[in-house]
Write a protein that binds this ligand. Structure first.
Ligand code: HEC
Length: 455
């Protein structure tokens, strides 16, 4: 018996020794969950984390062109005419952001070129730490993709395209497709990242207006964040993805519509590009926008095939399910591009709020992002902070949860629900939220848990 205990404790010692071998700094700043195999010839992802140590000067309106324009652009008009329509003004707003994002990127978005973090001779784009912690979903070594929400075929078609599948019967398993994405922050955003995280890989906490927060927040005006979402779906399955750039991802192997832990370099196609900018005219301080890849757009490069889906600057708290149906007015804090009905019409979120093609349709960009909260020791989702990924009756009924989910929040406000009094806010950044959660998981569990089974 004594012997056995000795063996067990020396095993435990050896195990904890291994855990100690991976320091928080090593885990926070590592490039990927696993290195490229010997002889790998393709692109290799490098984490860009040489964050600016000084706050960059305010972004000049000749560069951040979207910030130039009427002061009342996002002012809410409660009249019947107050529902914004997609016009030149919105088209310009989102295209100015896209032009900033695509500056000096490969016009053909080729896999070999990948995402360039250098623009005009300096670092334009930076990454969030800690996203290579979890072997199941964490960053892969080719382009730094992380594994996101799994989409089903109907997500790409909406209600109309589903006829064939619906006819196949409810029990027929709907084909599933993994989403692999990466996000990048410009220098204004990256300044915050550098304040929020120590070189030791630990979060730096401070107080802002009496609230506990990560240092550096809130994000200043001039912040631009872009996220490119790729899917395992192919243009053969979804015709409007014809010609969509294919990048390699060291992604989960897949068999009979099941995804397994083991990873292998395989192609994924660009389906969606998300952007988020800080604009002090917005009631939430943020404007979120999205583009869908659309083969039907005639242009010279894949960039020209990115079709704007819409913009969102608030959660429309006056619209169902944030109010009862009888009191609901049409949403007016999202503006949706309805012109290209074939691709995007079904992709909007809850009651004409904005969501993207591979997003949860019962949600909206800002409802999910605005509820980026965690307890100070990194515990997320219920019972510690709002359930951002979905809940019973989401978008379906007037309920306390829906009221809370569709309220306008602005940093440093906490969640609307009184059930989560001690949360800290990430000013809508869900990558910061992921990183914070991963750090605390490390603090509790040590080295990452190995990926297990199919998922
Ligand atoms: C149901 C939740 C949810 C919805 C809806 C959602 N996102 Fe996100 N988004 C996330 C999560 C989680 C992350 C962090 C992980 C990552 O980068 O993939 C994220 C990351 C991002 C990022 C990178 C910066 C950041 O905040 O972390 C941007 C930009 C972004 N989303 C834009 C959008 C836009 C635009 C929409 C709507 C078209 C949208 N998102 C809808 C959950 C959501």
């Amino acid at each position: 018996m004594i012997k056995l205990t000795a063996v067990v404790s020396s095993l435990a010692l050896c195990f904890s020794f291994n855990l100690l071998a991976a320091t928080p700094a090593e885990l926070a700043w590592r490039n990927a969950v696993s290195p490229p195999p010997p002889g790998w010839q393709g692109p290799v992802f490098q984490l860009s984390h040489n964050y600016p140590t000084e706050m960059p000067p305010p972004c000049d309106k000749s560069v951040c062109k979207w910030l130039d324009g009427p002061a009342n652009l996002f002012k809410t008009d409660f009249s019947e005419q107050g529902v914004p329509e997609w016009d030149q003004q919105w088209q310009d707003y989102i295209m100015h952001i896209l032009n900033y994002v695509r500056e000096q990127q490969d016009p053909y978005l080729r896999n070999e070129q990948g995402w360039k973090v250098q623009v005009n001779g300096s670092t334009r784009w930076f990454h969030v730490p800690w996203m290579a912690y979890d072997p199941t979903t964490g960053r892969e070594f080719i382009h730094g993709f992380t594994n996101e929400r799994t989409a089903v075929l109907s997500d790409f078609f909406g209600k109309r395209g589903l006829h064939g599948l619906a006819a196949a019967g409810k029990d027929a398993a709907e084909p599933r497709f993994e989403t692999w994405a990466f996000g990048v922050y410009n220098p204004h955003g990256a300044y915050v990242l550098g304040q929020a995280w120590g070189k030791d890989g630990k979060p730096v906490l401070t107080s802002y207006a009496g609230n506990l927060t990560q240092a550096g927040l809130p994000f200043p005006e001039g912040t631009v964040v872009a996220k490119l979402l790729f899917s395992t779906v192919t243009p053969e399955q979804v015709a409007y993805l014809a010609g969509s750039p294919a990048w390699m991802a060291n992604r989960h192997i897949e068999q009979n519509n099941q995804f397994f832990c083991q990873r292998k370099p395989q192609p994924v196609h660009l389906v969606q590009l998300d952007v988020a900018v800080v604009d002090s005219r917005s009631p939430t301080n943020w404007v979120y926008g999205t583009f869908a890849y659309n083969a039907g757009m005639k242009g010279e490069t894949p960039w020209d095939n990115l079709s704007p889906v819409g913009l969102q600057w608030g959660m429309d708290p006056w619209t169902f399910p944030a109010v009862p149906k009888a009191e609901s007015i049409p949403a007016r804090q999202s503006v949706l591009n309805q012109s290209d009905i074939n691709v995007q019409a079904e992709h909007f979120g809850c009651h004409q709020r904005l969501a993207g093609p591979v997003d949860n349709k019962l949600s909206s960009c800002l409802s999910c992002h605005g509820n980026a909260f965690a307890s100070p020791d990194g515990r997320q989702l219920e019972p510690f902070s709002p359930n951002i990924f979905g809940f019973e009756g989401q978008c379906e009924q007037y309920s306390a949860e829906n009221v809370a989910y569709f309220q306008n929040l602005k940093y440093p406000m906490g969640p609307v629900s009184g059930s989560f009094p001690n949360t800290i806010s990430f000013d809508t950044s869900l990558q910061m939220w992921v990183a914070f959660g991963q750090y605390w998981q490390y603090a509790r569990d040590g080295a990452p848990q190995p990926c297990q089974g199919g998922h």
